[in-house]
Design a protein. Structure first.
Length: 117
């Protein structure tokens, strides 16, 4: 997604909410483990087992991430499989990239690309 030169207040609020949703250790760990399992994702029990997060707590964290569009889920019988929403994450990173790497060159674009490889 190509970012507008100046994001709207609604866009700023939306991105701030996304960052806030990832702003706890457990949620950031959940995002990382889901990204490592991309594109297939993981069943909830496997996420909890890998990260050592109790089911009720994990459910709360996944709900917050889902509400901000950062994760997707699908039902597989009696299980829920979650995956990182790569399109939304790309949009969120594009929002930061537009400022730090294109407008003022705070970070050289080549360094950003190397970091992502």
């Amino acid at each position: 997604m190509v970012m507008a030169a100046k994001p709207t207040e609604d866009e700023i609020t939306r991105y701030a909410d996304m960052f806030s949703a990832m702003g706890t250790g457990p949620r950031l760990r959940i995002m990382r483990v889901l990204l490592s399992a991309h594109p297939d994702g993981m069943i909830v029990g496997d996420i909890g087992g890998e990260l050592g997060i109790p089911a009720s707590t994990l459910s709360h964290h996944l709900e917050k991430l889902k509400n901000e569009g950062l994760v997707k889920y699908r039902r597989e019988g009696t299980y829920l499989r979650y995956s990182a929403n790569a399109d939304v994450l790309q949009e969120l990173l594009g929002f930061l990239y537009a400022e730090c790497c294109t407008r003022n060159k705070a970070v050289e674009p080549r360094a950003f690309v190397r970091l992502c490889k």
